[in-house]
Ligand binder design. Structure first.
Ligand code: ADP
Ligand code: SF4
Length: 696
């Protein structure tokens, strides 16, 4: 297929200082939970994007010195020459596919508590370290500034030695130290590095000049700058100082990578912002500089990308999440098949990997993070190893992905779904406020399935054990999902809740399938992910009086990991949902709910015509258990493999269900289940322990 000429523009090369990007697709630096701990995994993951057509592929932030390190988070590291080989592996892997490799050198100052190195963090002025570490940073004197410049220069030289094409100076996300110097909020200095904006920009200018002088002959020097902090007068703004910094340094770097700070604003989820949401803030940059500009916006639509270029907003289409959800996004556009793009849904499950300090994962792309350790490719699966016929029962995220990947392998697959609609929970949940893009999990898979003649889909086909035995497929995979518990049992309540059988006690399943509760409604959230908060939002928008009760310290507590908690709590407060954190639910009475403080046990009653229990889910595994009770019948029917996947195996995230479905499809006919390789770091030469030189 040939490319739509409307998209030709996206495939023009772009000169960046001494190097040239082969097209306009640019994977901006993004965390991956791998960093210096998983260098091979990191290299394989980034290389996959280069293979998929991204012209530039960058590292995550790379700590340059133990005086600023982000332990326990797994970032890249370039403290000394011993760190070069790990990063060289990534640069080479990326370049082997014709892409440029970029590295984001970072010194985070007061944003890094130095939990590992125990060095005192450095800052423009004495200040606390955020968020809550009992650590303060000290004001840098001139010799500290000289040291920092020396460390940064040395790291740039090492980056060049490792083979990188683009070397960053990082002043983004309220993290990079040069950004702290820029900020009146952080910089209270009275010397030539404080006061006027020109003075506050001095360190950034010096670092750019140092880096250019050190490596600029061969490497492009990029600056990542947050031009807007969304803090009003307390921060950089696109109208005032964010703009003035770019004006001051306009032609100095080879590339401007601009965004909105902090990280949660930059990586806003779909629930809180649309594709292209940063345009209003970064659009000015190209008016001010002749250098190429890259920016992000969760871009998955080639038309939106073309529009960014044509309207002079960006030169390069930056992406973190769209490149995670679909490493082959550029190639799909280039080869005239943009409808095959696996579009990011904007859920930030990828970010949770980094926050949990484990390799990233993705709701849409089950192979993300598995490129090296399992050898998974997002576009290629091994061909089938037998003529077994596969029955997948249940058409939710797990079943759809399993059928899709098994069909791609060439197996004859039959997918049976009880309901009329496919998509399971994503079809239901995507109707909730702000979650419309989650339907992409279903839609991408349905589009793939439509192109697979080996897969037959039967709707309105609820199967029981007897029918499955009659059909006699060799491979049976059950993806029948789960149901929310009605008895309150979850993390905080371990025995059925008193009063849970009363009328007016509901679960998310009731609400998602159309039950309208009577108000006032009390939502009890012991699940702590998005559902409690989003159902409270929906019911409140429907005009009901809503109280959200949770034993956690704040609402939707786990969404700290998706960077959404703050936005969720703000929205609920603005909608006047009554919030009762740190409260358990001890009983449900007629028209009332009884709460208990999680610390003191002190009780209080609240009026509640309806109580929605969001606690835990029970796997819908009755069919599985009925089949397992009849091993002879299974053998007689010729069923050689019977497996459960997704929520039917153990309720979890949509990402886990998609991953489970994908893995099951790859493991059909495999002898060994669940194998993966791991990085084993060579033992240090430094044994016995370090003996410092003694005085005298
Ligand atoms: P998961 O997240 O694991 O994919 P979901 O709950 O989203 O789980 O989807 C499960 C799907 O399985 C639902 O669409 C449901 O209607 C379907 N299902 C459940 N039991 C059966 C059954 N016995 N036969 C066919 N489909 C079923
Ligand atoms: Fe997009 Fe969600 Fe995948 Fe992250 S995890 S890339 S937000 S679909």
């Amino acid at each position: 297929m040939s490319r739509d000429p409307r998209y030709d523009l996206l495939f023009e090369p772009v000169r960046i200082g001494p190097v040239t990007a082969r097209n306009r697709f640019y994977q901006v630096p993004h965390c991956a939970g791998m960093g210096h701990r998983e260098p091979s995994a990191s290299a394989a993951m980034r290389a996959m994007k280069a293979e998929g057509g991204w012209a530039v592929v960058c590292t995550e932030e790379c700590d340059i010195h133990p005086a600023s390190e982000f332990s326990p988070y797994a970032e890249a590291r370039l403290w000394d020459d011993r760190d070069i080989p790990a990063l060289a592996r990534m640069a080479e892997a990326v370049q082997s596919h014709g892409a440029l490799a970029g590295i984001e050198l970072a010194f985070n100052g007061a944003a890094a508590p130095n939990r590992f190195s125990r060095e005192i963090p450095l800052a423009p002025s004495d200040t606390v370290v955020e968020p809550y570490d009992p650590v303060q940073a000290r004001a840098m004197d001139k010799s500290d500034i000289r040291d920092l410049r020396r460390w940064h220069r040395a790291a740039a030289l090492r980056a060049r030695k490792a083979g990188f094409d683009i070397v960053y100076v990082y002043a983004g996300h309220d993290l990079g130290l040069p950004m702290h110097f820029l900020s009146r909020r952080h910089n209270r200095r009275g010397d030539e590095y404080g006061g006027s904006l020109e003075n506050r920009a001095r360190l950034l200018r010096e670092l750019i000049e140092d880096t250019k002088e050190a490596v600029g002959d061969r490497c492009a020097v990029a600056v990542r700058l947050a031009v807007e902090e969304l803090l009003g007068e307390d921060g950089l703004t696109a109208e005032a100082e964010g703009r003035e910094v770019i004006e001051l340094l306009a032609e100095l770097p080879d590339l401007w990578d601009v965004n909105v700070s902090g990280w949660r604003n930059d990586s806003q989820t779909a629930r809180f912002g649309p594709e292209g949401a940063q345009e209003a803030y970064v659009a000015f940059v190209k008016q001010v500089t002749s250098k190429p500009v890259v920016g992000v916006g969760r871009f998955t639509s080639p038309d939106a990308m073309v529009s960014q270029i044509k309207r002079g907003v960006l030169d390069l289409i930056g992406a973190a999440r769209p490149s995670i959800a679909d490493p082959f996004l550029p190639r799909k556009i280039e080869e005239g098949r943009p409808e095959e793009i696996r579009e990011c849904i904007g859920c930030n499950i990828c970010v949770t990997g980094d926050n949990d300090i484990v390799p990233l994962r993705c709701t849409q792309n089950p192979t993300m993070g598995e490129e090296w350790r399992r050898g998974w490719h997002p576009e290629i699966v091994p061909p089938k190893a037998s003529d077994d016929r596969v029955l997948v029962v249940g058409g939710g995220p797990a079943g759809l992905e399993c059928a899709r990947a098994a069909g791609q392998r060439g197996y004859a697959v039959t997918l049976a779904e009880a309901g009329r609609a496919l998509g399971g929970r994503v079809s239901l949940e995507s109707r909730l406020p702000g979650l419309a893009s989650w339907a992409r999990v279903r839609d991408y898979r349905l589009a793939c399935l439509a192109a697979l003649p080996e897969v037959e889909i039967y709707r309105e086909s609820r199967l029981d054990a007897t029918q499955i035995l009659e059909f006699g497929f060799e491979q049976v995979i059950l993806a029948t999902g789960s149901a929310w518990r009605r008895d309150g049992i979850g993390r905080a309540i371990r025995r059925p809740l008193q009063g849970c059988e009363r009328p007016g006690v509901l679960t998310p399943d009731d609400l998602l399938t159309g039950t309208r509760p009577a108000g006032p409604v009390l939502i009890y959230d012991d699940d702590h992910y998005y559902l409690g908060g989003v159902l409270a939002e929906k019911l409140r928008r429907d005009g009901l009086e809503v109280t959200l009760v949770t034993p956690a310290p704040d609402v939707s507590h786990w969404t700290h990991n998706t960077l959404e908690q703050n936005s969720i709590q703000k929205r609920l407060l603005e909608l006047e949902v009554a919030l009762r954190p740190q409260q358990g639910l001890s009983a449900i009475h007629d028209g009332e709910a009884e709460l208990a403080c999680v610390f003191t046990g002190r009780r209080q009653r609240l009026p509640a015509a309806s109580v929605v229990l969001i606690t835990a889910r029970t796997p819908k595994d009755q069919v599985y258990r009925a089949l397992m009770r009849r091993p002879e019948a299974l053998a007689e029917a010729g069923i050689t493999s019977l497996r459960r996947i997704g929520d039917c195996l153990a309720p979890g995230t949509i990402a886990a269900a998609v991953y489970g479905g994908h893995r099951a499809a790859r493991e059909i006919d495999q002898k060994q289940y669940g194998e993966f390789q791991r990085e084993v770091v060579a033992l240090s030469q430094g044994w016995p322990p370090f003996v410092p030189a003694r005085l005298g």
